[in-house]
Design a protein around this ligand. Sequence first.
Ligand code: BDR
Ligand code: CA
Length: 307
Amino acid sequence: RIPLLIDTDPGVDDALALLMAFADPRHQVVGLTIAAGNVGLRHTVANALKLCEVCAVDVPVFAGADAPLVHPARDAAYVHGRDGFGDTGYAPAARQAEAEHAALAILRLSHQYAGRLLLVALGPLTNLALALKLDPSLPQRVARCVVMGAAVTAHGNITPAAEFNIAFDPEAAHVVFTSFSRIELVDWEAVLAHGVPHVAVERWLAVDSPRARFYAAISAHTRAWSRAGRGEHWHAADALAMARALQPQGVLESVTRPLAVEVAGLHTRGATVVDWNRQTGLPDNVDILLRYQQARFEAMLESALRG
Ligand code: BDR
Ligand code: CA
């Protein structure tokens, strides 16, 4: 099985992506490294541990960065609930996080699975940036790196120009995008083009399994927020990134270009500037998803929720 390491800030759509990964027979999740992002680290770690418990999976969970590298950031509690999991008041998991820091775990696992590791980043890129600063040779041991983040045509979701994961920690994103030679990117515009009908999600969630019941509860707040603000389709960003990671054959169209992260900017901090016309001479570093097989994506979601 392909070793899969997920860096994440759960988060309701992160949780859906994790369910997809746990359900996939061809991949083995070898670790969850956790950062602050959607909400504070205390909650994102607790949420990861709880999801593992509900799914009866024994994957080690490593706590990492509790803040961005340089500037303070605002969270996304208004989307995910104050605890990041819809404020259901769930009983905490029995298990604790490992003692090892997430950045160190990323490096250790990259050696253990050198040349085979699939790395999927679903949150701010702080843990990955820390790992890269400790050991810049990390990318040489990673087979594929899939990132959910960026707004390649500057239709941001947290500011007019920037997507949340990049805007939360632009300096970290800069480190990551200048370190990996090819990142498989799933950006916010791709997510907008791959909304999933709320009625379908509700049908899948009606299944009587522990994970479907848990997921229905923790996602209720986010789904209601989405429906009220964005209409009949849900934009589960991290789930689309996980679909690309697990089933890359579902990619119908993508485009390779240089991408740079704006770390300054009065209005554009955290924007991701794609050199569409190749004017900079910088190397191509991202393969941007444009179109994914929607039926394949939805089938993966359904089987992940059925469990
Ligand atoms: C990203 O931001 C977070 O709120 C989601 O979990 C996703 O990773 C979408 O912009
Ligand atoms: Ca996320």
